[in-house]
Design a protein around this ligand. Structure first.
Ligand SMILES: C[S@@+](CC[C@H](N)C(=O)[O-])C[C@H]1O[C@@H](n2cnc3c(N)ncnc32)[C@H](O)[C@@H]1O
Length: 253
């Protein structure tokens, strides 16, 4: 894609609290993505984060190439990998973003778990899926989830409480719809020891909403054909008004 100008923010939303990501993430989508990874020998995990999905895929014997732009998330991924030497041959980390990574081979499968929502405008969505298509084999599969629900401004409210190694972690989440169509999400983490607040971390993150019709247009423009569409990670067929869209698309080159 020529003339690509993407705005890269220094902190795209994960640098302050990457070490707390796994504590709070309870998304039940690991078996879903492992279902696809189990059918291939290598998978591109685009926006792999801390490796929440990448590690189970590697544990099942699939090579995983983790594309991850956030230094904070990569640090978590690297330190988890350092503790799992038996997986070192199976997990590769590439510090880059979906629209810009360049690898010298193609793959049978690419997944995006929770990362498509971070493509902040149509240009970035098109550039990202176009670049992923360049890295897929003909007939290769792209599987990704995207939030289609209405994102409205909402005040900071409690969104999680975890006890871990003698400390209590509380999370609050609020969001603000911006004029440019993006959503600015504020995450506030509080860490308590023996009932006393010892640390407070604020993290800003940005996402953007997209419509079902736009997703289809992007897929056609970047050379994909939709094979399946689900409303959850249990393979329930997608239905209009579902807030989650999970797409299975074939690379048609
Ligand atoms: C919600 S987290 C999901 C992490 C992991 N896939 C999971 O399911 O736990 C979103 C991830 O996407 C990454 N990300 C954000 N913008 C990205 C981009 N343009 N290209 C690739 N990854 C991106 C973030 O750094 C973050 O690690």
């Amino acid at each position: 894609m020529e003339g690509l100008m993407l705005e890269i923010l220094e902190d795209q939303g994960y640098e302050q609290a990457a070490h707390l990501y796994d504590l709070f993430d309870r998304k039940q989508n690991v078996p879903f993505f492992c279902h696809y990874a189990g059918q291939v020998n290598t998978v591109l995990d685009v926006g792999a984060g801390t490796g929440r999905v990448a590690f189970p895929m590697a544990e099942a014997g699939t090579h995983v190439v983790c594309i991850e732009p956030s230094p904070g998330m990569r640090t978590q991924l690297e330190s988890k990998l350092a503790k799992r030497p038996e997986l070192s041959e199976l997990v590769t980390i590439v510090p880059d973003a979906a629209a810009t990574f360049k690898l010298a081979r193609t793959y049978p499968l690419a997944i995006l778990s929770g990362s498509f929502d971070h493509f902040l405008n149509m240009q970035e969505r098109l550039a990202s899926l176009y670049n992923i298509a360049q890295h897929l084999q003909p007939g290769g599969l792209l599987v990704f989830d995207v939030f289609l629900g209405l994102m409205q401004s909402s005040p900071l409210s409690p969104a999680g409480y975890v006890q871990y190694e003698g400390r209590e972690y509380r999370r609050m989440v609020g969001s603000q719809a911006l004029d440019n169509g993006q959503i600015q999400v504020t995450l506030l983490f509080e860490v308590y020891e023996e009932g006393r607040l010892i640390q407070s971390i604020e993290q800003q993150s940005w996402t953007s909403t997209v419509t079902y019709e736009e997703i289809h247009r992007i897929l056609v423009e970047t050379g994909f054909k939709v094979k399946g569409e689900f409303a959850d990670y249990e393979f329930t067929p997608y239905y209009p008004e579902a807030a989650l869209l999970v797409v299975e698309a074939i690379c048609e080159k």
